[in-house]
Design a binder for this molecule. Structure first.
Ligand code: C2E
Ligand code: MG
Ligand code: MG
Ligand code: MG
Length: 284
């Protein structure tokens, strides 16, 4: 009896794996078609300076609305794209579109930056720097207005190639930020050597800074250490005024989150201003 169960369990597991693999292949195919049909789009979430309340930039975030599947979560479809060559096409699309959109903002908001997420697999491609230069040249966006967001883990796959790519980007005046910081193992010293502009504190820490003293201690240590080596800090996932104020008290430079704004279409970014009350000096 037990043996039979075990066997059935194995079959079940195998079927389950096969079904999951088929589902991924189907998603990949649908995403490929959607990309061609223009059903993949970028939204932008403002990044705001904590001292002045000024919008200094916006992060480009992929949105996929499929006619039958509806809205698909980026974490889901980007993982699918990353397991195939589709991430290269998606990455090219994102860089070109983000530079194009940000170039249009420059007229009314000179210096406004755009942040583009770069997946681990993209960073392993030798032509990444070339691709970035091409997107800048075609759009006319100044290099200093483009920030690339890399994750800690993507820097660890091939450290030499990563260091080489980061140096080439810095030489071209392109900023690099470390995304989801605190979830991996990068020491700040390593990051300083790589000359990254700063780190984005992962939203899982920001979520708990009011209730969990460890998360507050960690966030404030990250801010202090980053400043001591000349890097800046963005806190992502800021949802409440209390979080914003605590981050301000701890010297955080920039904030991003639903409290300030949800991701929005490119055309709305240039006119966006955060609610003034959040940055009113009198409210301190
Ligand atoms: P990420 O780069 O860490 O982006 C921040 C995520 O946090 C976004 O989720 C954003 O919508 C969400 N977020 C911002 N503020 C808040 C908040 O106050 N509360 C909560 N709960 N969430 C907030 P999204 O758009 O679902 O993207 C998820 C991830 O997918 C991104 O994480 C990034 O890793 C990846 N991604 C998105 N667009 C791209 C892209 O163009 N290329 C690549 N390679 N990855 C992308
Ligand atoms: Mg990001
Ligand atoms: Mg992040
Ligand atoms: Mg994330």
């Amino acid at each position: 009896q037990a043996k039979l169960e075990g066997k059935n369990g194995l079959f079940f597991y195998r079927d389950h794996l096969r079904a999951a693999a088929e589902e991924n292949l189907r998603l990949e195919q649908l995403l490929r078609e959607s990309l061609e049909r223009g059903e993949v789009d970028l939204n932008y979430q403002p990044i705001v300076a904590l001292d002045s309340g000024r919008v200094v930039g916006a992060e480009a975030l992929l949105r996929w609305h499929h006619p039958e599947l509806g809205q698909v979560e980026p974490d889901r479809f980007i993982a699918v794209a990353e397991s195939s060559t589709l991430i290269d096409e998606l990455g090219r699309f994102v860089l070109a579109r983000a530079c194009h959109d940000a170039a249009a903002w420059q007229e009314s908001c000179p210096g406004l930056r755009v942040g583009v997420n770069i997946s681990g697999r993209q960073l392993l491609r030798r032509d990444l720097v070339h691709l970035v230069e091409q997107s800048l040249a075609e759009s006319g966006l100044p290099a200093a207005c483009l920030s690339l967001e890399l994750t800690e883990s993507s820097l660890l796959h091939d450290r030499d190639l990563a260091a080489e790519t980061l140096l080439a980007l810095r030489q071209r005046d392109i900023n690099v930020w470390l995304d989801d910081f605190g979830t991996g193992f990068s020491g700040l010293n390593h990051l300083r050597q790589l000359r990254v502009s700063g780190v984005k504190i992962d939203r899982s820490f920001v979520a708990d800074i009011l209730s969990d003293p460890d998360d507050l201690a960690l966030s404030s240590a990250i801010i202090a250490m980053a400043h001591s080596v000349g890097m800046r800090v963005i806190a992502e996932g800021v949802e409440s005024r209390e979080q914003l104020e605590l981050l301000r008290d701890n010297g955080c430079d920039l904030v991003q989150g639903f409290l300030l704004a949800r991701p929005m279409p490119a055309a709305e970014i240039a006119a966006f201003r955060p609610e003034p009350g959040l940055f009113d000096p009198a409210s301190d």
